[in-house]
Design a protein around this ligand. Structure first.
Ligand code: ADP
Ligand code: MG
Length: 485
C-alpha cells in the first residue's frame, strides 16, 4: 500500500456537500409540492437554488428581488421549519437574490465531475451553487497546449495498491521511471469503469513532469478525435501531426472510443508508429484487452499488444477497505470501521462510486458536525444504497439456507414435512419474501409448487419464532446479512 491520500481535497468535498444538500432539498421540494400544489410550486418555489450552509444558516437563492420578497413573505417560515426538520443543525434560512452576473444558476445535483473529460478538472464552484463562482486557473502542468491538464489528485502516492491492481501499478511506475524501455512500449492498461486507469495515467504524467525532463501529452481518445477533426476543418492537419509527434510521452485514454471512427483510428495509427519508431513512449487505456477490442483495425490491435499489456481486475473486499481507510484518514473525519465495512460490502461496482459515497458521508459529517454512524450512513446514502442493493435470487437463498442447516437443496421443493426440513424451508420462504420482490405465488412455485397461503404461513411463523427465540432470530439475521452482502 502506498502512503496517505494527501490528494483528498476541497473539490471532492464541495461536490459531495452539494449532493448532500441536493438530497435534502429534493425531499423538501416533494413536501412543498404536496403542501402548496403543483402550480404554486412551479410559479414560486421551483426557482430556488440552494446555496452554502454557514453554521446554522442555509442560504437559498432566487433570481429576482421580487421573487425573493414574495417567497420570503409567503414561505419563509415554512422553509425554515422544513429545513430544520430535514437537518436539525439548520435553524435559519436566509433568502438572497443571486447576483445578475452570476453564472446560470446550476441546480445542486448529483453530477460528480467525470475525471475522463479533462476540462472537468477545472475547479467547480465552491460549496453548492453559489452565484458567480470564481473560476480558478486550471492546473495545467502539461507543456503541450495540445493536451488536457492532469488532475493533481491522481498521483502514485494517492493510489492504493492491492492484488487486483498491483501489476498495472508496477508497470505504470516502471514507465514513469524509465519511459520507452523495450518491452514497456506501448503500455496498454485495461479494465472496467472506475478501477483506476485514468488515475494511473495521470500519475505517470505527474511523475514524469516532476522530473521535468520530458514533455507529456495526455488526452482522451474522444478529445484526440475532436482535435483531429478540428485540424481537418481548419486545414491545419500538418501542424496537428507535428505537435503530436514532438512529445516524448503520449497518453491516450479510453481508446475504445475510436471503434468505428475509421479516419481517426488511421491517424492515431500513424502517430503511434511515428512516435514508437522515434523511441517515444505511448500509454493507452481501454475497457478491454487489445485482442478483445473488436472493431479496431487489426494492424492497430497488433501493435497495441506488442508492448506491455496490464489489466486492472475488479476490486476485492480487502482493496475496497484499504481504499476507504486511506481516503477516510486523509479527510480527517473519524469513520468507524463498521461503516467502512458496510460500504465495502454494499458498493462493489467500482472505486469511483465507493469514493463518491464516502465523500458524501464526510461532507455530511463536516457540514452538520455530527459523527458518522451506521444509521447516519444508511440515511445519507439511501439513494446510492438502493441502487446497489444486490439482487438476491430465490435459488441463492435456498442454497444458503440448505447449507446452513445441512439439508439437501432438493428438500426445499420436496414434500417432506419433517421439522428438520420444514423449518429451514420456511426460513427460506421468509427470506425470499424479505429480500426479493417476488410475489407470494411466485415464491410458492419455486418451492415445489406450493400454494401462496403456505408462503404466507411460513412468513408469519418465522416472524413469530424470531420474537420468541433469540438464537433462532440470530440465525435468520445472519443468513440475511450473508445474502445481502
Ligand atoms: P477509470 O479511468 O478506470 O474509469 P479512474 O482512474 O477515473 O477510473 O478512477 C475512478 C476514481 O477512483 C478516481 O477518483 C480514482 O482516484 C479512484 N481510484 C481508483 N482506483 C483507486 C485506487 N487503487 N486507489 C485510490 N483511488 C482509486
Ligand atoms: Mg478513465
Amino acid at each position: 500500500m502506498t502512503g496517505g491520500l494527501e490528494g483528498y481535497d476541497a473539490v471532492a468535498e464541495a461536490n459531495a456537500q452539494k449532493s448532500v444538500l441536493a438530497i435534502h432539498w429534493s425531499r423538501i421540494c416533494e413536501r412543498l409540492k404536496v403542501e402548496v400544489g403543483e402550480v404554486e410550486y412551479r410559479t414560486w418555489l421551483r426557482q430556488i437554488t440552494v446555496g452554502p450552509v454557514d453554521e446554522d444558516e442555509i442560504t437559498l437563492y432566487l433570481p429576482t428581488r421580487f421573487l425573493r420578497d414574495w417567497v420570503r413573505g409567503q414561505y419563509g417560515d415554512r422553509l425554515g421549519t422544513l429545513w430544520n426538520a430535514e437537518v436539525p443543525a439548520i435553524r435559519r434560512v436566509e433568502l438572497q437574490v443571486a447576483r445578475p452576473d452570476a453564472a446560470p444558476a446550476e441546480p445542486v445535483g448529483e453530477d460528480a465531475p467525470t475525471p475522463d473529460i479533462p476540462v472537468a478538472h477545472a475547479r467547480p464552484p465552491a460549496l453548492a451553487a453559489a452565484p458567480a463562482p470564481v473560476e480558478e486557473p486550471r492546473q495545467a502542468e502539461v507543456r503541450s497546449d495540445l493536451a488536457a491538464p492532469l488532475d493533481p489528485r491522481f498521483t502514485f502516492d494517492t493510489f492504493v495498491v492491492g492484488k487486483p491492481n498491483e501489476f498495472a501499478y508496477a508497470c505504470a511506475r516502471r514507465v514513469a521511471e524509465r519511459p520507452s524501455s523495450p518491452g514497456f512500449n506501448p503500455l496498454f492498461l485495461y479494465g472496467g469503469v472506475g478501477l483506476g486507469k485514468t488515475h494511473l495515467m495521470h500519475a505517470i504524467g505527474a511523475e514524469l513532469l516532476r522530473e521535468g525532463r520530458v514533455s507529456v501529452a495526455y488526452m482522451s481518445a474522444e478529445k484526440f478525435m475532436y482535435r483531429f477533426i478540428a485540424a481537418i476543418r481548419s486545414q491545419s492537419t500538418m501542424e496537428f501531426k507535428e505537435q503530436l509527434r514532438s512529445v516524448d510521452v503520449l497518453m491516450i485514454d479510453d481508446l475504445q472510443f475510436l471503434i468505428g471512427k475509421d479516419n481517426t483510428q488511421e491517424e492515431f495509427f500513424h502517430t503511434f508508429n511515428a512516435l514508437v519508431d522515434a523511441g517515444r513512449q505511448i500509454v493507452v487505456s481501454a475497457d478491454k484487452s487489445p485482442s478483445d477490442l473488436s472493431g479496431l483495425e487489426d494492424r492497430l490491435r497488433t501493435r497495441l499488444g506488442c508492448g506491455m499489456v496490464a489489466d486492472i481486475h475488479a476490486t476485492t473486499f480487502e482493496l475496497r477497505i484499504s481504499i476507504l481507510e486511506a481516503k477516510a484518514t486523509a479527510s480527517g473525519v473519524m469513520v468507524p470501521a463498521k461503516v467502512l465495512e458496510f460500504l465495502a460490502h454494499k458498493i462493489t461496482s467500482n472505486v469511483r462510486e465507493l469514493e463518491g459515497a464516502l465523500n458524501r458521508l464526510i461532507a455530511h459529517a463536516n457540514l452538520f458536525g455530527r459523527p458518522v454512524t451506521l444509521e447516519a450512513t444508511q440515511d445519507v446514502l439511501h439513494d446510492i444504497l438502493k441502487a446497489h442493493d444486490r439482487r438476491v435470487t430465490i435459488e441463492e437463498i435456498q442454497r444458503k439456507v440448505a447449507e446452513h442447516w445441512n439439508i439437501r437443496l432438493t428438500d426445499m421443493s420436496s414434500a417432506r414435512r419433517a421439522r428438520a426440513v420444514a423449518r429451514p424451508r420456511q426460513v427460506a420462504m421468509y427470506l425470499a419474501k424479505q429480500l426479493t420482490s417476488r410475489s407470494l405465488p411466485e415464491i410458492g412455485r419455486k418451492f415445489g409448487n406450493r400454494d401462496h397461503t403456505t408462503v404466507m404461513h411460513a412468513v408469519s411463523r418465522v416472524t413469530e419464532l424470531m420474537e420468541q427465540d433469540p438464537a433462532f432470530a440470530e440465525d435468520v439475521e445472519l443468513l440475511r446479512r450473508m445474502l445481502e452482502s
